[in-house]
Design a binder for this molecule. Structure first.
Ligand SMILES: [Zn+2]
Length: 198
């Protein structure tokens, strides 16, 4: 299945339970004190089968970028449909470019793609809640768990575009030592046919 068959929905039209968890369009303050508005428009994913079936790009399915564990809110973890912010298409495109540059399979960890603002990691302060970030733990046969691999692949990711940010290696605040975090910032996407009048 191709990404063009996605159903885009306005998060403000969701039932109260989902609106409370996904907080579409709501303002969130990040750890630097900057305020960003959470994504408002989502693609609706009917099942895990569909998630594994939908290719965002030739090498990335939506399932790979929405895998979470029990730290996600129960309703969002167990019930379908699932909702993923539309900007996930842009993330996948950058990951596809990255895969081409590194010339090997790129593995995104569980909780390492889209996490809702209700997820216990980040709680909406993290760019992962925009579906514009990926935590990569392995490339080909190389596990990204030391300075050499994280810095090497981080430099390749950062060279793709000024839009790409990678966390530096280390155990300090905002650093990583067991994966490569890359993101393209707090990007939101309004699909054709969706309005922002209200
Ligand atoms: Zn991350």
């Amino acid at each position: 299945m191709r990404a063009e068959t996605f159903r885009a929905i306005d998060g403000l039209d969701l039932a109260p339970e989902h609106r409370a968890l996904l907080q579409p369009g709501e303002a969130k303050q990040d750890s630097h004190g900057n305020v960003h508005h959470l994504p408002r428009f989502f693609y609706e994913i009917a099942s895990w089968d569909e998630a594994r079936d939908i290719r965002l790009t030739p090498h990335f399915t939506v399932a790979e970028l929405m895998m979470v564990d029990c730290r996600e809110a129960d309703v969002l973890l167990r019930e379908f449909p699932h909702y993923v912010p539309c900007a996930i298409l842009l993330l996948a495109r950058f990951l596809e470019d990255f895969r081409r540059e590194v010339d090997g399979p790129v593995f995104v960890s569980a909780n390492g793609g889209y996490r809702s603002p209700a997820h216990q990691i980040g709680e909406g302060k993290s760019v992962h809640a925009w579906a514009t970030a990926a935590d990569i733990y392995r490339i080909g046969d190389t596990f990204l768990d030391d300075a050499k691999s994280i810095e090497r692949y981080g430099a390749i990711a950062a060279s793709l575009s000024p839009a790409v940010f990678v966390r530096t290696f280390g155990s300090g605040l905002g650093q990583t030592d067991d994966h490569l975090h890359l993101d393209i910032g707090f990007v939101t996407l309004t699909p054709r046919g969706c309005g922002e009048a209200h």
